[in-house]
Design a protein. Structure first.
Length: 205
């Protein structure tokens, strides 16, 4: 998604808590001719997000839009999920989305926000309260004049840009100034199945 936005001419800022991943993604965008800056921050912490937002404004003078990944998942089954694991999911997906939307409503109401919600192939019971909370926020965001939309892909990223292109296309389309009237939309994005990774026989146990 960041590469697709960069190809459209956007200056991209990558924000997250893994410096190495951010640097690698920014480098890839730069090598392809785009502009990208990595900023280390935990967006589930409002002060961290506010600090990152201020840094973006210092660099670019404006923040036109945000793509927020609220798609953290767990492999732990629902009845074995610890309180710590549940709170981590809640903070990464729900709390962060609310915090970003609230700060935008206060400080940058003209900035668009596209949320990438929990993947549709996730079926553990823990996903439903998260998905419901995010959908409720998006559906009612128009009431406070937030330009917020939710995009839910059918699966996690495959790492293959061609297979994942429908999701990137949806994000780029929602970023268009011509579509600034679109808000409060919940969009399910079907993606082709990701190829299965073959394990060499020598590693099979």
């Amino acid at each position: 998604m960041s590469a697709a936005l960069a190809r459209e001419g956007a200056g991209v800022v990558l924000i997250g808590d893994n410096s190495e991943t951010l640097a690698a993604a920014a480098s890839g965008i730069e090598l392809a001719g785009g502009a990208a800056i990595p900023i280390k921050a935990d967006v589930s912490v409002p002060l961290d997000w506010l600090s990152a937002q201020n840094r973006v404004l210092e660099i670019f003078g404006a923040l036109h839009g945000i793509v927020h990944l609220a798609d953290k998942r767990t492999n732990t089954v629902f009845n074995m999920l610890s309180e710590g694991e549940w709170m981590n999911l809640f903070n990464c997906n729900v709390k962060s989305t609310v915090a970003i939307a609230q700060i935008l409503a206060r400080r940058l109401p003209d900035t668009w926000l596209t949320v990438i919600g929990p993947h549709l192939d996730e079926t553990g019971l823990q996903v439903y309260p998260q998905r419901g909370a995010i959908r409720g926020l998006v559906e009612n965001g128009a009431g406070v004049d937030l330009r917020i939309n939710l995009v839910s892909p059918s699966r996690a990223s495959s790492g293959d840009e061609i297979l994942d292109r429908p999701l990137a296309d949806a994000v780029v389309t929602l970023a268009s100034p011509r579509l600034r009237h679109l808000r409060g939309n919940l969009m399910d994005i079907p993606l082709a199945p990701a190829p299965k990774v073959r394990v060499p026989e020598a590693y099979l146990l």
